[in-house]
Design a protein around this ligand. Structure first.
Ligand code: NOJ
Length: 560
Protein backbone atom coordinates (compact mmCIF):
# COMPACT_ATOMS: atom_id res chain seq x y z
CA UNK A 1 0.00 0.00 0.00
CA UNK A 2 1.64 3.28 -1.04
CA UNK A 3 1.67 5.94 1.65
CA UNK A 4 0.43 9.48 1.05
CA UNK A 5 3.24 11.95 0.23
CA UNK A 6 3.43 13.42 3.73
CA UNK A 7 3.83 10.02 5.30
CA UNK A 8 6.82 8.37 6.85
CA UNK A 9 7.60 4.90 8.10
CA UNK A 10 7.25 1.54 6.49
CA UNK A 11 4.13 -0.40 5.61
CA UNK A 12 5.47 -3.91 5.44
CA UNK A 13 4.58 -4.72 9.03
CA UNK A 14 0.85 -4.86 9.37
CA UNK A 15 -1.45 -6.41 11.92
CA UNK A 16 -0.76 -9.57 13.82
CA UNK A 17 2.91 -9.26 14.48
CA UNK A 18 4.57 -12.61 14.21
CA UNK A 19 5.81 -13.91 17.54
CA UNK A 20 9.34 -13.16 16.43
CA UNK A 21 8.52 -9.49 15.84
CA UNK A 22 6.98 -8.72 19.20
CA UNK A 23 9.57 -6.07 19.95
CA UNK A 24 8.78 -3.91 16.90
CA UNK A 25 6.00 -1.99 18.62
CA UNK A 26 6.48 -3.11 22.22
CA UNK A 27 6.12 -0.94 25.28
CA UNK A 28 9.18 -1.84 27.31
CA UNK A 29 9.34 -0.93 30.99
CA UNK A 30 12.81 -0.44 32.43
CA UNK A 31 13.35 -1.78 35.92
CA UNK A 32 16.33 -0.50 37.86
CA UNK A 33 16.28 -3.50 40.20
CA UNK A 34 17.89 -1.94 43.28
CA UNK A 35 15.19 0.72 43.38
CA UNK A 36 12.03 -1.06 42.25
CA UNK A 37 10.82 -3.06 45.27
CA UNK A 38 12.60 -4.56 48.28
CA UNK A 39 11.11 -7.90 49.32
CA UNK A 40 13.37 -8.71 52.28
CA UNK A 41 13.78 -5.42 54.14
CA UNK A 42 17.45 -4.70 53.50
CA UNK A 43 16.64 -1.36 51.81
CA UNK A 44 17.71 -2.69 48.41
CA UNK A 45 15.30 -3.69 45.68
CA UNK A 46 15.56 -7.29 44.52
CA UNK A 47 14.28 -9.84 42.03
CA UNK A 48 11.62 -11.18 44.39
CA UNK A 49 10.43 -7.58 44.64
CA UNK A 50 9.93 -7.52 40.89
CA UNK A 51 8.10 -10.85 41.00
CA UNK A 52 5.82 -9.62 43.78
CA UNK A 53 4.85 -6.55 41.75
CA UNK A 54 4.09 -8.19 38.45
CA UNK A 55 0.46 -7.15 38.99
CA UNK A 56 1.55 -3.51 38.69
CA UNK A 57 3.13 -4.21 35.32
CA UNK A 58 0.11 -6.15 34.15
CA UNK A 59 -2.27 -3.36 35.19
CA UNK A 60 -0.02 -0.85 33.47
CA UNK A 61 -0.13 -2.88 30.28
CA UNK A 62 3.52 -3.19 29.29
CA UNK A 63 4.76 -5.79 26.82
CA UNK A 64 8.23 -6.31 28.21
CA UNK A 65 10.51 -5.54 31.10
CA UNK A 66 14.14 -4.53 30.68
CA UNK A 67 16.19 -5.14 33.79
CA UNK A 68 19.22 -2.97 34.38
CA UNK A 69 22.16 -5.03 35.70
CA UNK A 70 21.36 -7.33 38.61
CA UNK A 71 24.72 -9.12 38.50
CA UNK A 72 27.29 -9.27 41.32
CA UNK A 73 28.91 -5.86 41.53
CA UNK A 74 30.66 -3.56 43.98
CA UNK A 75 28.36 -0.80 42.68
CA UNK A 76 31.08 1.58 41.57
CA UNK A 77 28.65 2.47 38.77
CA UNK A 78 25.19 1.37 39.86
CA UNK A 79 25.79 -2.25 38.81
CA UNK A 80 27.32 -1.47 35.39
CA UNK A 81 30.61 -2.67 36.90
CA UNK A 82 30.04 -6.41 36.69
CA UNK A 83 32.00 -9.07 38.56
CA UNK A 84 30.29 -12.04 36.94
CA UNK A 85 27.88 -11.75 34.04
CA UNK A 86 26.30 -15.15 34.67
CA UNK A 87 25.13 -14.75 38.23
CA UNK A 88 22.82 -12.66 40.40
CA UNK A 89 24.07 -10.24 43.06
CA UNK A 90 23.41 -11.96 46.40
CA UNK A 91 21.60 -8.89 47.77
CA UNK A 92 19.20 -9.12 44.81
CA UNK A 93 18.54 -12.85 44.91
CA UNK A 94 19.94 -15.81 43.06
CA UNK A 95 19.42 -17.67 39.81
CA UNK A 96 16.38 -19.45 41.23
CA UNK A 97 14.84 -16.06 42.06
CA UNK A 98 15.65 -14.93 38.54
CA UNK A 99 13.92 -17.97 37.04
CA UNK A 100 10.89 -17.45 39.27
CA UNK A 101 10.67 -13.80 38.24
CA UNK A 102 10.90 -14.70 34.54
CA UNK A 103 8.21 -17.35 34.97
CA UNK A 104 5.91 -14.85 36.72
CA UNK A 105 6.38 -12.30 33.95
CA UNK A 106 6.00 -14.85 31.18
CA UNK A 107 2.81 -16.13 32.79
CA UNK A 108 1.37 -12.72 31.86
CA UNK A 109 2.98 -12.62 28.41
CA UNK A 110 5.48 -10.01 29.57
CA UNK A 111 8.85 -10.53 27.87
CA UNK A 112 12.16 -10.14 29.65
CA UNK A 113 15.17 -8.18 28.39
CA UNK A 114 18.44 -8.19 30.32
CA UNK A 115 21.29 -5.71 30.19
CA UNK A 116 24.59 -6.87 28.70
CA UNK A 117 27.66 -4.75 29.41
CA UNK A 118 30.39 -5.83 26.97
CA UNK A 119 32.70 -2.81 26.89
CA UNK A 120 34.13 -3.34 30.35
CA UNK A 121 34.14 -5.63 33.36
CA UNK A 122 34.50 -4.59 36.96
CA UNK A 123 37.97 -4.43 38.45
CA UNK A 124 36.96 -7.35 40.68
CA UNK A 125 36.25 -9.59 37.68
CA UNK A 126 38.44 -12.72 37.65
CA UNK A 127 40.04 -11.58 34.38
CA UNK A 128 41.10 -8.21 35.71
CA UNK A 129 42.37 -9.74 38.91
CA UNK A 130 44.39 -12.22 36.83
CA UNK A 131 45.72 -9.34 34.71
CA UNK A 132 46.91 -7.49 37.80
CA UNK A 133 48.56 -10.60 39.18
CA UNK A 134 50.22 -11.62 35.93
CA UNK A 135 52.03 -8.33 35.37
CA UNK A 136 53.17 -6.25 32.38
CA UNK A 137 53.30 -7.86 28.95
CA UNK A 138 51.29 -10.90 29.99
CA UNK A 139 48.56 -12.60 28.03
CA UNK A 140 46.18 -11.86 30.92
CA UNK A 141 46.82 -8.13 30.58
CA UNK A 142 46.17 -8.32 26.87
CA UNK A 143 42.47 -8.95 27.63
CA UNK A 144 42.31 -5.29 28.69
CA UNK A 145 43.99 -2.14 27.41
CA UNK A 146 47.29 -1.52 29.17
CA UNK A 147 49.77 1.13 28.00
CA UNK A 148 52.87 2.82 29.29
CA UNK A 149 52.55 6.49 30.12
CA UNK A 150 53.91 9.56 28.38
CA UNK A 151 56.51 12.02 29.60
CA UNK A 152 59.52 11.50 31.81
CA UNK A 153 59.08 8.33 33.83
CA UNK A 154 55.82 7.63 32.00
CA UNK A 155 53.91 9.50 34.65
CA UNK A 156 51.49 11.18 32.24
CA UNK A 157 48.47 9.21 30.95
CA UNK A 158 48.93 7.62 27.51
CA UNK A 159 46.44 10.11 26.01
CA UNK A 160 44.27 13.03 27.06
CA UNK A 161 41.06 10.98 26.83
CA UNK A 162 38.47 11.60 29.48
CA UNK A 163 36.18 9.25 31.33
CA UNK A 164 32.49 9.79 30.67
CA UNK A 165 32.13 10.44 34.37
CA UNK A 166 34.84 13.13 34.42
CA UNK A 167 38.60 12.91 35.00
CA UNK A 168 41.14 10.93 32.95
CA UNK A 169 40.18 7.71 31.16
CA UNK A 170 43.44 6.11 32.34
CA UNK A 171 44.51 4.92 35.78
CA UNK A 172 48.07 4.07 36.76
CA UNK A 173 48.96 0.95 38.64
CA UNK A 174 51.72 0.75 41.25
CA UNK A 175 53.87 -1.05 38.66
CA UNK A 176 53.80 2.10 36.49
CA UNK A 177 51.43 0.83 33.77
CA UNK A 178 48.20 2.54 32.84
CA UNK A 179 44.90 0.91 31.92
CA UNK A 180 41.99 2.35 29.97
CA UNK A 181 38.54 2.92 31.44
CA UNK A 182 36.12 5.02 29.42
CA UNK A 183 33.94 5.05 32.55
CA UNK A 184 35.01 4.64 36.20
CA UNK A 185 38.45 3.25 37.16
CA UNK A 186 36.56 0.24 38.52
CA UNK A 187 35.38 -0.48 34.95
CA UNK A 188 38.46 -1.45 32.88
CA UNK A 189 37.80 -1.65 29.13
CA UNK A 190 38.11 -5.04 27.51
CA UNK A 191 40.18 -5.80 24.42
CA UNK A 192 37.65 -6.96 21.83
CA UNK A 193 40.41 -8.03 19.42
CA UNK A 194 40.70 -11.13 21.59
CA UNK A 195 38.89 -14.29 20.51
CA UNK A 196 38.43 -15.41 24.11
CA UNK A 197 36.68 -12.15 25.00
CA UNK A 198 34.31 -12.62 22.08
CA UNK A 199 33.65 -16.26 22.96
CA UNK A 200 33.03 -15.47 26.58
CA UNK A 201 30.29 -12.99 25.71
CA UNK A 202 28.72 -15.43 23.27
CA UNK A 203 28.59 -17.89 26.16
CA UNK A 204 27.00 -15.26 28.41
CA UNK A 205 24.33 -14.47 25.83
CA UNK A 206 23.56 -18.16 25.42
CA UNK A 207 23.45 -18.59 29.19
CA UNK A 208 20.60 -16.07 29.52
CA UNK A 209 18.86 -16.99 26.28
CA UNK A 210 18.79 -20.61 27.46
CA UNK A 211 17.14 -19.43 30.68
CA UNK A 212 14.30 -18.02 28.62
CA UNK A 213 15.35 -14.39 28.35
CA UNK A 214 13.70 -12.81 25.31
CA UNK A 215 16.20 -10.09 24.53
CA UNK A 216 19.21 -8.00 25.41
CA UNK A 217 19.89 -4.32 25.91
CA UNK A 218 23.49 -3.78 24.88
CA UNK A 219 25.35 -1.20 26.95
CA UNK A 220 27.48 1.33 25.04
CA UNK A 221 27.37 -0.90 21.99
CA UNK A 222 29.47 1.57 20.01
CA UNK A 223 32.57 1.44 22.19
CA UNK A 224 33.83 -2.16 22.11
CA UNK A 225 36.22 -2.21 19.18
CA UNK A 226 39.20 0.13 19.30
CA UNK A 227 42.18 1.10 17.20
CA UNK A 228 44.86 1.96 19.69
CA UNK A 229 47.73 2.27 17.24
CA UNK A 230 50.31 4.75 18.53
CA UNK A 231 50.35 7.69 18.63
CA UNK A 232 46.90 7.84 20.19
CA UNK A 233 44.90 10.75 18.77
CA UNK A 234 44.02 13.55 21.12
CA UNK A 235 40.48 14.43 22.11
CA UNK A 236 40.27 17.45 19.83
CA UNK A 237 41.13 15.29 16.81
CA UNK A 238 38.62 12.62 17.82
CA UNK A 239 35.75 15.07 18.21
CA UNK A 240 35.38 15.44 14.45
CA UNK A 241 35.49 11.74 13.48
CA UNK A 242 32.09 10.14 12.83
CA UNK A 243 32.79 7.98 9.80
CA UNK A 244 33.62 4.61 11.30
CA UNK A 245 37.27 5.52 11.90
CA UNK A 246 37.12 6.98 15.38
CA UNK A 247 39.74 5.44 17.68
CA UNK A 248 37.21 3.95 20.07
CA UNK A 249 33.64 4.87 19.19
CA UNK A 250 31.42 3.45 16.49
CA UNK A 251 34.17 1.84 14.46
CA UNK A 252 32.79 -0.07 11.50
CA UNK A 253 34.51 -3.20 12.75
CA UNK A 254 32.25 -3.37 15.82
CA UNK A 255 29.57 -4.71 13.51
CA UNK A 256 31.56 -7.94 13.12
CA UNK A 257 30.91 -8.59 16.79
CA UNK A 258 27.18 -8.09 16.40
CA UNK A 259 27.01 -10.24 13.27
CA UNK A 260 28.24 -13.12 15.45
CA UNK A 261 25.75 -12.25 18.14
CA UNK A 262 22.95 -12.19 15.57
CA UNK A 263 23.87 -15.68 14.40
CA UNK A 264 23.51 -16.84 17.98
CA UNK A 265 20.22 -14.96 18.55
CA UNK A 266 18.73 -16.45 15.40
CA UNK A 267 19.39 -19.97 16.61
CA UNK A 268 16.57 -19.49 19.12
CA UNK A 269 12.89 -19.75 18.41
CA UNK A 270 11.73 -17.06 18.47
CA UNK A 271 15.02 -15.32 17.76
CA UNK A 272 16.25 -13.22 20.66
CA UNK A 273 15.97 -9.49 20.14
CA UNK A 274 18.58 -6.91 21.02
CA UNK A 275 18.60 -3.15 21.31
CA UNK A 276 21.80 -1.14 21.10
CA UNK A 277 22.58 1.69 23.42
CA UNK A 278 24.81 3.64 21.07
CA UNK A 279 25.24 7.37 21.46
CA UNK A 280 26.23 7.89 17.82
CA UNK A 281 25.10 10.47 15.28
CA UNK A 282 21.64 9.66 13.92
CA UNK A 283 22.95 8.72 10.47
CA UNK A 284 25.14 5.97 12.00
CA UNK A 285 22.42 4.45 14.15
CA UNK A 286 20.93 2.30 11.40
CA UNK A 287 24.05 0.13 11.38
CA UNK A 288 23.21 -1.22 14.82
CA UNK A 289 19.50 -1.54 14.03
CA UNK A 290 19.86 -3.68 10.91
CA UNK A 291 18.48 -7.23 11.11
CA UNK A 292 22.00 -8.61 10.54
CA UNK A 293 23.20 -6.60 13.53
CA UNK A 294 21.50 -6.08 16.88
CA UNK A 295 18.13 -5.40 15.24
CA UNK A 296 17.13 -2.26 17.09
CA UNK A 297 18.92 0.82 18.45
CA UNK A 298 17.94 3.44 20.95
CA UNK A 299 17.02 6.80 19.56
CA UNK A 300 17.66 9.34 22.30
CA UNK A 301 16.74 12.33 20.17
CA UNK A 302 13.55 13.11 22.07
CA UNK A 303 15.60 13.18 25.26
CA UNK A 304 17.72 15.92 23.83
CA UNK A 305 14.90 17.79 22.09
CA UNK A 306 13.62 21.04 23.51
CA UNK A 307 9.85 21.28 23.89
CA UNK A 308 8.95 22.80 20.54
CA UNK A 309 6.95 21.59 17.57
CA UNK A 310 9.52 22.00 14.75
CA UNK A 311 12.17 20.04 16.65
CA UNK A 312 9.78 17.24 17.55
CA UNK A 313 8.56 17.00 13.98
CA UNK A 314 12.12 16.84 12.66
CA UNK A 315 13.13 14.19 15.21
CA UNK A 316 10.09 12.05 14.49
CA UNK A 317 10.43 12.25 10.71
CA UNK A 318 14.16 11.65 10.74
CA UNK A 319 13.91 8.63 13.01
CA UNK A 320 11.05 7.00 11.16
CA UNK A 321 13.06 7.41 7.96
CA UNK A 322 16.14 5.95 9.61
CA UNK A 323 14.27 2.99 10.98
CA UNK A 324 12.71 2.29 7.59
CA UNK A 325 16.21 2.42 6.12
CA UNK A 326 17.53 -0.11 8.62
CA UNK A 327 14.52 -2.43 8.41
CA UNK A 328 13.94 -1.98 12.12
CA UNK A 329 11.50 0.17 14.05
CA UNK A 330 12.29 3.27 15.97
CA UNK A 331 12.60 3.40 19.73
CA UNK A 332 11.29 6.36 21.70
CA UNK A 333 12.59 7.29 25.11
CA UNK A 334 11.82 10.21 27.40
CA UNK A 335 13.40 8.96 30.62
CA UNK A 336 15.85 6.32 31.75
CA UNK A 337 18.29 5.66 34.57
CA UNK A 338 20.90 8.03 33.10
CA UNK A 339 18.90 11.20 32.60
CA UNK A 340 16.93 13.74 34.58
CA UNK A 341 13.31 12.58 34.75
CA UNK A 342 11.29 14.28 32.04
CA UNK A 343 8.74 16.11 34.24
CA UNK A 344 11.70 17.90 35.83
CA UNK A 345 13.49 18.44 32.54
CA UNK A 346 10.49 20.14 31.01
CA UNK A 347 10.08 22.32 34.08
CA UNK A 348 13.64 23.64 34.23
CA UNK A 349 13.54 27.34 33.68
CA UNK A 350 17.19 28.05 32.92
CA UNK A 351 19.30 25.45 31.25
CA UNK A 352 21.53 24.70 28.35
CA UNK A 353 23.36 21.62 27.17
CA UNK A 354 22.39 18.00 27.01
CA UNK A 355 19.57 16.67 29.18
CA UNK A 356 21.74 13.94 30.51
CA UNK A 357 22.34 13.73 34.20
CA UNK A 358 25.91 12.60 33.58
CA UNK A 359 26.70 15.80 31.79
CA UNK A 360 23.76 18.09 32.06
CA UNK A 361 23.02 21.19 34.01
CA UNK A 362 26.12 21.56 36.08
CA UNK A 363 24.75 22.17 39.50
CA UNK A 364 21.12 21.23 39.05
CA UNK A 365 19.87 21.44 42.60
CA UNK A 366 23.06 23.21 43.61
CA UNK A 367 22.88 26.27 41.39
CA UNK A 368 20.32 28.69 42.80
CA UNK A 369 19.72 30.17 39.33
CA UNK A 370 18.11 26.95 38.17
CA UNK A 371 14.54 26.50 39.25
CA UNK A 372 11.96 23.95 38.30
CA UNK A 373 8.35 24.86 37.54
CA UNK A 374 6.81 21.51 38.46
CA UNK A 375 3.31 22.28 37.22
CA UNK A 376 4.68 23.25 33.81
CA UNK A 377 7.00 20.25 33.75
CA UNK A 378 4.24 17.81 34.66
CA UNK A 379 1.87 19.22 32.05
CA UNK A 380 4.47 19.02 29.29
CA UNK A 381 5.60 15.58 30.40
CA UNK A 382 2.07 14.21 30.11
CA UNK A 383 1.68 15.79 26.67
CA UNK A 384 5.06 14.48 25.57
CA UNK A 385 4.28 10.97 26.79
CA UNK A 386 1.01 10.75 24.87
CA UNK A 387 2.70 11.98 21.71
CA UNK A 388 5.54 9.49 22.14
CA UNK A 389 3.11 6.64 22.72
CA UNK A 390 1.26 7.48 19.50
CA UNK A 391 4.37 7.04 17.36
CA UNK A 392 5.13 3.91 15.35
CA UNK A 393 7.86 1.76 16.86
CA UNK A 394 8.57 0.79 20.41
CA UNK A 395 8.42 2.97 23.50
CA UNK A 396 10.79 2.51 26.41
CA UNK A 397 9.44 3.68 29.77
CA UNK A 398 11.49 4.08 32.92
CA UNK A 399 10.19 2.89 36.29
CA UNK A 400 8.36 5.65 38.13
CA UNK A 401 7.57 7.70 35.07
CA UNK A 402 4.08 6.21 35.14
CA UNK A 403 3.70 7.96 38.50
CA UNK A 404 4.89 11.28 37.11
CA UNK A 405 7.88 11.26 39.47
CA UNK A 406 10.19 14.23 39.39
CA UNK A 407 13.95 14.05 39.73
CA UNK A 408 14.93 13.95 43.40
CA UNK A 409 17.34 16.83 43.95
CA UNK A 410 17.44 16.70 47.75
CA UNK A 411 20.11 14.03 48.27
CA UNK A 412 23.01 14.94 50.55
CA UNK A 413 26.54 14.54 49.26
CA UNK A 414 27.14 11.81 51.84
CA UNK A 415 24.28 9.75 50.45
CA UNK A 416 25.12 10.06 46.78
CA UNK A 417 26.36 7.02 44.87
CA UNK A 418 27.00 8.09 41.27
CA UNK A 419 30.72 8.26 40.37
CA UNK A 420 29.92 11.32 38.26
CA UNK A 421 29.29 13.31 41.43
CA UNK A 422 32.59 12.33 42.99
CA UNK A 423 34.75 12.54 39.85
CA UNK A 424 33.58 16.10 39.15
CA UNK A 425 33.88 17.35 42.70
CA UNK A 426 30.11 17.65 42.86
CA UNK A 427 29.77 20.04 39.92
CA UNK A 428 27.66 17.40 38.16
CA UNK A 429 25.12 15.86 40.46
CA UNK A 430 24.89 12.64 38.50
CA UNK A 431 22.06 10.19 38.24
CA UNK A 432 21.03 9.33 41.78
CA UNK A 433 18.02 11.62 41.54
CA UNK A 434 16.26 9.38 39.02
CA UNK A 435 17.22 6.17 40.86
CA UNK A 436 15.49 6.76 44.18
CA UNK A 437 13.43 3.74 45.36
CA UNK A 438 9.82 3.84 44.16
CA UNK A 439 6.90 4.90 46.36
CA UNK A 440 4.32 2.11 46.38
CA UNK A 441 2.25 3.53 49.26
CA UNK A 442 2.01 6.93 50.89
CA UNK A 443 3.35 5.83 54.27
CA UNK A 444 6.87 6.54 55.39
CA UNK A 445 9.36 5.27 56.28
CA UNK A 446 9.90 3.67 52.87
CA UNK A 447 6.60 4.43 51.09
CA UNK A 448 5.99 0.73 50.67
CA UNK A 449 9.35 0.10 49.02
CA UNK A 450 10.42 -2.23 51.83
CA UNK A 451 8.11 -4.65 53.64
CA UNK A 452 7.78 -2.92 57.02
CA UNK A 453 8.86 0.20 58.94
CA UNK A 454 11.60 -1.71 60.73
CA UNK A 455 13.33 -2.45 57.42
CA UNK A 456 16.68 -0.87 56.67
CA UNK A 457 16.30 2.60 55.12
CA UNK A 458 16.06 2.66 51.31
CA UNK A 459 19.53 2.83 49.78
CA UNK A 460 18.80 6.35 48.47
CA UNK A 461 16.64 8.73 50.51
CA UNK A 462 13.04 9.29 49.43
CA UNK A 463 11.60 12.82 49.71
CA UNK A 464 8.35 13.51 51.62
CA UNK A 465 6.57 14.48 48.40
CA UNK A 466 6.74 10.83 47.28
CA UNK A 467 3.60 10.36 49.42
CA UNK A 468 1.59 12.29 46.82
CA UNK A 469 2.91 10.30 43.89
CA UNK A 470 2.69 6.75 45.16
CA UNK A 471 1.06 3.85 43.33
CA UNK A 472 -1.55 3.56 46.11
CA UNK A 473 -2.41 7.26 45.99
CA UNK A 474 -2.66 7.40 42.20
CA UNK A 475 -4.49 4.13 41.76
CA UNK A 476 -8.09 4.89 40.78
CA UNK A 477 -7.52 8.64 40.68
CA UNK A 478 -8.92 9.82 37.39
CA UNK A 479 -6.49 12.68 37.07
CA UNK A 480 -3.34 10.80 38.06
CA UNK A 481 -0.38 10.08 35.90
CA UNK A 482 -0.79 6.36 36.59
CA UNK A 483 -4.34 6.42 35.24
CA UNK A 484 -3.19 8.30 32.15
CA UNK A 485 -0.44 5.76 31.44
CA UNK A 486 -2.77 2.79 31.99
CA UNK A 487 -5.40 4.22 29.66
CA UNK A 488 -2.84 5.16 27.07
CA UNK A 489 -1.24 1.72 26.99
CA UNK A 490 -4.59 -0.03 26.78
CA UNK A 491 -5.71 2.20 23.90
CA UNK A 492 -2.37 1.91 22.16
CA UNK A 493 -2.72 -1.85 22.10
CA UNK A 494 -6.19 -1.54 20.66
CA UNK A 495 -5.35 1.15 18.11
CA UNK A 496 -1.92 0.20 16.79
CA UNK A 497 -1.90 -1.09 13.26
CA UNK A 498 0.91 -0.72 10.78
CA UNK A 499 4.07 1.27 11.16
CA UNK A 500 3.26 4.31 9.05
CA UNK A 501 2.29 7.79 10.10
CA UNK A 502 0.84 10.72 8.19
CA UNK A 503 1.21 14.38 9.10
CA UNK A 504 -2.00 16.33 9.01
CA UNK A 505 -1.40 19.96 7.98
CA UNK A 506 -1.73 22.16 11.04
CA UNK A 507 -0.85 25.62 12.24
CA UNK A 508 2.62 26.44 13.61
CA UNK A 509 3.10 25.13 17.11
CA UNK A 510 0.78 22.17 16.55
CA UNK A 511 1.72 18.62 15.58
CA UNK A 512 -1.06 16.44 14.27
CA UNK A 513 -0.43 12.90 13.07
CA UNK A 514 -2.73 10.10 12.02
CA UNK A 515 -2.01 6.38 12.07
CA UNK A 516 -3.66 3.66 10.04
CA UNK A 517 -7.21 3.04 11.19
CA UNK A 518 -7.84 6.72 11.94
CA UNK A 519 -5.94 7.15 15.20
CA UNK A 520 -5.27 10.89 15.47
CA UNK A 521 -2.81 12.43 17.89
CA UNK A 522 -2.61 16.19 18.20
CA UNK A 523 -0.18 18.09 20.43
CA UNK A 524 -0.45 21.79 21.02
CA UNK A 525 2.98 23.25 21.79
CA UNK A 526 1.75 26.79 21.09
CA UNK A 527 0.18 29.35 23.41
CA UNK A 528 -3.40 29.42 22.06
CA UNK A 529 -6.05 26.69 22.27
CA UNK A 530 -6.75 24.76 19.06
CA UNK A 531 -9.77 22.66 18.05
CA UNK A 532 -9.94 18.95 18.84
CA UNK A 533 -9.79 16.96 15.57
CA UNK A 534 -13.24 15.69 14.54
CA UNK A 535 -14.17 12.27 15.89
CA UNK A 536 -14.36 10.48 19.21
CA UNK A 537 -12.09 11.94 21.90
CA UNK A 538 -10.28 8.97 23.41
CA UNK A 539 -7.77 10.52 25.76
CA UNK A 540 -6.34 13.91 26.72
CA UNK A 541 -3.14 14.59 28.64
CA UNK A 542 -4.83 17.43 30.53
CA UNK A 543 -8.14 19.24 30.79
CA UNK A 544 -9.57 20.80 27.66
CA UNK A 545 -10.47 24.49 27.80
CA UNK A 546 -13.87 25.36 26.37
CA UNK A 547 -13.72 22.18 24.32
CA UNK A 548 -10.34 23.10 22.77
CA UNK A 549 -6.84 21.72 23.24
CA UNK A 550 -4.90 24.21 25.36
CA UNK A 551 -1.16 24.79 25.41
CA UNK A 552 1.13 21.84 26.31
CA UNK A 553 -1.62 19.29 25.83
CA UNK A 554 -2.02 16.18 23.65
CA UNK A 555 -5.28 14.52 22.60
CA UNK A 556 -5.98 11.17 20.98
CA UNK A 557 -9.05 10.97 18.78
CA UNK A 558 -10.64 8.19 16.74
CA UNK A 559 -11.23 10.00 13.49
CA UNK A 560 -14.76 10.62 12.30
C1 NOJ B 1 25.50 3.29 29.89
C2 NOJ B 1 24.61 2.99 31.06
O1 NOJ B 1 23.30 3.31 30.72
C3 NOJ B 1 25.14 3.79 32.22
O2 NOJ B 1 24.27 3.73 33.32
C4 NOJ B 1 26.51 3.28 32.57
O3 NOJ B 1 27.05 4.12 33.57
C5 NOJ B 1 27.45 3.31 31.38
N1 NOJ B 1 26.83 2.80 30.19
C6 NOJ B 1 28.68 2.47 31.64
O4 NOJ B 1 28.35 1.11 31.67
Amino acid sequence: MPLPPDSVGSTHFAEGAAAADWWRDAVVYQVYPRSFADSDGDGIGDLDGVREHVDHLVALGVDAVWLSPFYPSALADGGYDIDDHRDVAPELGDLAAFDAMVAALHAHQIKVIVDIVPNHTSDRHRWFQAALAAGPGSDERDRYVFRSGRGPGGDQPPSDWESDFGGPAWTRLPDGWWYLHLFAPEQPDLNWDRRDVRDDFLATLAFWADRGVDGFRVDVANLLVKDLTEPLPDLAALATVADGNHAYSDRDAVQEVYAEWRTLFDRYDPPRMAVAEAWVPAHRRARYARPESLGQAFNFDLLSAPWDAPTWRRVITENLDLSAESGSTSTWVLSNHDVIRHPTRYGITAAAGQPNAIGYIPGFGVDPDITVDEALGARRARAATLLMLALPGSAYLYQGEELGLFEVAEIDAGQRQDPTFFRTGGTRLGRDGCRVPLPWTSEPSSYGFSPDPASAPPHLPQPAWFADLSVARENGDDASSLTLYRRALRLRRELTSGEGLTWVPSEPGVLHVVRAGGWHCLTNFGPDPVPVPPGELLLASGPLVDGSVPTDTTVWVRGA
